[in-house]
Design a protein around this ligand. Structure first.
Ligand SMILES: N[C@@H](CCC[C@H](N)C(=O)O)C(=O)O
Length: 286
């Protein structure tokens, strides 16, 4: 049973291919595998491809054991795996997101399969579809108090839910304090990914991230899109934006007709097998 690790700007995922895996991925097993001290360590697990109906089916798990609908970097990493493992030889492919029942297009833009673009699709700003429990049809630039934090929030759902904060210092400390306060707030019944965001200029954003189910991460693809979409809606940036994160930089393009596209590099880190000790621990856990 082989685990292959890739990182997309230090947002790292383990790919587990059902063709070579006999593990039952229950939450305790996922938490142990993603644990950075006692497991292999990662920001999540990409479980696929499930090859039913000739599609490349994908399930995405957060390191806390929850399953999530979508991940921008996860999709780019999974696309790279499909190419590396010989499933895909063309310049484009489609991935089927099993939890969301949605197809996603990916494109290989670099010679080494390094630069990968994912069509993140359409998004919604409707409060009921984020979901965010405020008596407002949309939440864009809304001042609120969450615990001890006063902030201005904008919400978007791109398959997964996001809350973008525009008026606080863009630091790891803000992400680590305001992030969990928003993520666990009663306002967000499905919890939320949080982006502490600064508009650098009309083409550039800087963000720090707190991810639902993962905590502080060094990069996030869907978070970059969420920050770009909400800032564009507020008239602060153009439709093509570069987003800087501690782990690196991605490009986001917003287009009414074709939706949102996310582009950035993916690097292979390692391929590894579980030790006998970890295998026995996981078997015991079941
Ligand atoms: N790292 C991701 C986002 C992963 C999903 C998120 N934690 C959630 O639960 O929605 C990305 O690159 O988009």
């Amino acid at each position: 049973m082989e685990f292959i690790k890739y990182d997309a700007l230090e947002n790292d995922y383990l790919v587990l291919d059902p063709a070579s895996c006999d593990l039952t991925l229950d939450p305790a097993v996922i938490r142990r595998i993603c644990d950075r001290r006692h497991g292999l360590g990662s920001d999540g697990i990409l479980y696929g491809p499930h090859l039913d109906d000739g599609q490349y089916g994908l399930r995405i798990f957060n390191p806390d054991g929850t399953e999530c609908e979508k991940s921008g970097n996860g999709l780019r990493i999974f696309a790279r795996y499909l190419r590396d493992a010989g499933y895909v030889t063309a310049g484009t492919a489609q991935v089927y997101l099993m939890m969301s029942d949605a197809m996603v297009d990916v494109a290989y833009l670099g010679d080494q399969d390094d630069l990968i673009q994912v069509a993140m699709g359409q998004y919604t700003l409707r409060s009921s579809e984020i979901p965010v429990l405020l008596e407002l049809p949309v939440v864009l630039g809304v001042k609120m108090q969450v615990g001890q934090h006063s902030l201005t929030a904008s919400c978007v759902n791109l398959g997964n839910p996001h809350c973008v904060v525009l008026d606080l210092p863009v630091t790891e400390n803000t992400a680590r304090t305001v992030g969990p306060a928003l993520c666990e707030s009663d306002l967000f019944p499905e919890r939320v990914n949080v982006q502490i965001t600064r508009v650098v200029d009309r083409q550039t954003l800087e963000i720090e991230i707190w991810e639902r189910g993962a905590g502080y991460t060094l990069a996030s693809g869907s978070s970059s899109c969420a920050a770009a979409i909400t800032c564009h809606q507020l008239g602060l940036v153009d439709a093509e934006v570069t987003v800087h994160m501690p782990g690196g930089t991605v490009g986001v393009q917003i287009d009414k007709a074709s939706g949102v596209h996310l582009t950035g590099p993916v690097k292979a880190v390692f391929a590894a097998n579980l030790s006998q000790d970890l295998n026995s621990y996981l078997a015991k856990d079941k």
